[in-house]
Design a protein around this ligand. Structure first.
Ligand code: NAP
Length: 221
């Protein structure tokens, strides 16, 4: 689980730990990750910055050594819900950072962990309706975020095709508008956002792959 020291990522970790699963909580700041994991059984905390190739490789190496493989990879880390700018006047450094974390971070995780994914494993890319052409319907706003999530959706389709023959399911999910540091006040509870992610974690072997859902229902690309 990437970006798991707070928000939706931490809530998903809690749910998986309650099931008795072994969970690797990835956190940029290990101390914050340990604080978040306090009281959760079966959760180990690893330093993980998905924008840093060495950090991602170190995590993959530790997972190999300590667990031997992965049943589920949740690419949850995300940044820059850039409500403060429009596409015409966008700060391209912000766009670049969003791409580096939201797209390349998830991609880098899959590349590094590809040979760890067990047959039947699930990869869940936490995307957003903000990246949906169908839901955007010609509207503006959050350009860095929206473009990065649209790219994450296409990455999901490509990975799903490449990993289908290995029995690995790769799906994108939108957690809905959730009251987190990113989502702000007024969004739905963490439990609802986490449930939308867990739908794709819990798909059965041979289940759908290359999909984009919210609460288990299709989101238009
Ligand atoms: P959040 O509360 O802002 O948490 C984001 C998490 O990502 C934090 O743990 C953060 O770590 C981590 N992160 C940021 N950059 C990272 C990096 N380079 N490497 C590793 N971790 C990094 O956000 P959230 O609302 O829980 O969002 C989780 C996911 O859901 C995101 O992908 C977001 O785009 C998506 N989403 C959220 C909403 C919503 O309404 N909240 C709606 C649609 C989609 P630090 O604590 O170290 O910063």
């Amino acid at each position: 689980m990437t970006g798991a020291n707070r928000g939706i990522g931490l809530e998903v970790v809690r749910r998986l730990a309650e099931r008795g699963w072994s969970v690797v909580l990835g956190s940029r700041d290990v101390d914050r990750g340990r604080e978040a994991a306090r009281g959760l059984d079966g959760v180990v905390v690893h330093a993980l910055d998905v924008a840093d190739p060495a950090s991602v490789q170190a995590l993959a190496d530790r997972v190999r050594d300590e667990h031997g493989g992965l049943d589920v990879l949740v690419n949850n880390a995300g940044i820059h819900y850039d409500t403060w700018q429009d596409a015409v006047h966008a700060d391209l450094e912000v766009v670049s950072e969003a791409m580096r974390v939201n797209v390349l971070g998830a991609w880098r995780m899959v590349v590094a962990c590809a040979d760890l994914l067990r047959p039947g494993a699930r990869v869940v890319n936490v995307s957003s309706g903000a990246g949906s052409f169908g839901e955007t319907a010609g509207g503006g706003g959050v350009p860095a975020y929206a473009v990065s999530k649209a790219a994450l959706d296409m990455l999901t389709v490509k990975l799903a095709a490449d990993l289908r023959s290995h029995g690995v399911l790769v799906n994108a999910v939108c957690p809905g508008w959730v009251a987190t540091d990113m989502g702000g006040a007024g969004g739905r509870p963490l439990a609802a956002g986490a449930a939308s992610v867990l739908y794709a974690v819990d798909l059965p072997p041979g289940g759908p792959t290359g999909t984009f859902t919210r609460d288990g229902a299709p989101v238009p690309w």
